[in-house]
Design a protein around this ligand. Structure first.
Ligand code: NCD
Ligand code: ZN
Length: 343
């Protein structure tokens, strides 16, 4: 059986920078029409000028003849001026600004320690209509890692939504029932992305057959009940929930280390991985809206017109993919995937 759908968009993606772009951009551009590219480089992308240059490097790594548009983001800091938000909105390539609580995840040390310190930026974004994308975890090291998202939702997100009632907010990579419930009951200005790995795996995967650093990401994989809540949300037809892969490759030696880096690589076959999760839930018919429609609607973008086709055929991803001079281990290495992109 083959499944044809409108070319999808990925509303949360890490492409990194430098020579690895040549490895990371092509498989994404083959599957997705657009991708919202995260700004957590070193140094982070904190200016419109830097985002524009980064965009050029991504386009230079896009295979000729492939229709792919990178949607750029700004990394919010406590020292950013509101004028940068105005500049971002006036550009035609910046589509969101990203809030990283300082210390919450990879390359977040330049992020925000106190959201009270960037009220001027939230106001500017609300006025200008720029989307706020949020990494929704408290970063306090004394907190239980499994509590970071629920506590962020209650202590930071809920008051923010209340105070900035018309700010468009995307809670990125929701991982818990609690976050799903919050987004569901909030107004239409609050939405969420869901990753393929949070749909396919619970925290069991972290411990299956020995501790697996390749299943370690932020927010961390949660319980089976949480995973089921994410499946229910993704397949519900509720337009608040849409595709954001959070494909976040790290070199093999940074993962297989005493302190594994957080991030799971799915970009080599992200659409196939989502199709697998939807098929397992008996909801393949709901994939197209989740992958190709709801995100574009929320971001105020035209829907895509081209199509992609997935074939139902079992295949095994390689044990690793090239990542510049190094390699990255993909989610699904050593397993069978059920769908394959028709070239
Ligand atoms: C991401 C990365 O590696 O950049 N890591 C992750 O675990 N998801 C950052 C992020 O989105 O949190
Ligand atoms: Zn991410």
């Amino acid at each position: 059986m083959a499944l044809t759908l409108t070319r999808p968009d990925d509303f949360h993606l890490h492409l990194r920078d430098g020579d690895v772009l040549a490895d990371l951009v092509p498989p994404v551009a083959e599957r997705f029409s657009r991708a919202l590219v995260m700004p957590n480089l070193t140094p982070p992308v904190t200016t419109v000028a830097a985002a524009g240059e980064y965009r050029e490097r991504i386009l230079a790594a896009t295979p000729a003849g492939v229709d792919f548009t990178p949607l750029m983001t700004l990394y919010l800091t406590e020292t950013m001026a509101a004028s940068e938000i105005k500049k971002a909105t006036a550009s035609d390539f910046i589509h969101a600004a990203k809030l990283y609580p300082a210390g919450a995840t990879t390359n977040s040390s330049a992020g925000v320690r106190d959201v009270g310190a960037i009220t001027h930026l939230f106001e500017a974004m609300q006025d200008a209509g720029l989307v706020l994308a949020i990494h929704g975890e408290l970063a306090n090291p004394s907190l239980d890692p499994y509590e970071r998202e629920p506590r962020f939702v209650d202590e930071v997100l809920a008051p923010l939504v209340e105070r900035f009632a018309s700010l468009r907010i995307v809670l990125e990579h929701v991982s818990t029932q609690h976050a799903v419930d919050f987004v569901t009951q909030a107004g239409p200005n609050v939405a969420a992305t869901i990753t393929a790995h949070h749909l396919l795996c619970s925290r069991r995967a972290l411990f299956a057959g020995g501790l697996s650093p390749h299943h370690y990401c932020r927010p961390i994989l949660q319980t089976e009940a949480d995973r089921e809540a994410l499946i229910a949300a993704a397949t519900s037809g509720n337009p608040k929930f849409f595709l954001g892969s959070d494909s976040a490759p790290h070199p093999r030696d940074k993962k297989e280390s005493g302190h594994a880096a957080a991030g799971i690589y799915t970009g080599y076959a992200a659409l196939e991985l989502y199709a697998q999760a939807f098929a397992e839930a008996g909801a393949l018919g709901r994939l197209e809206n989740f992958a190709s429609r709801f995100g574009a609607d929320f971001y105020g973008l035209e829907p895509n017109s081209a199509e992609v086709t997935l074939e139902e055929t079992s295949w095994q991803p390689p044990a690793e993919y090239p990542l510049g001079q190094q390699t990255v281990v993909p989610l699904g290495a050593g397993e069978s995937l059920r769908y394959r992109l028709r070239p």
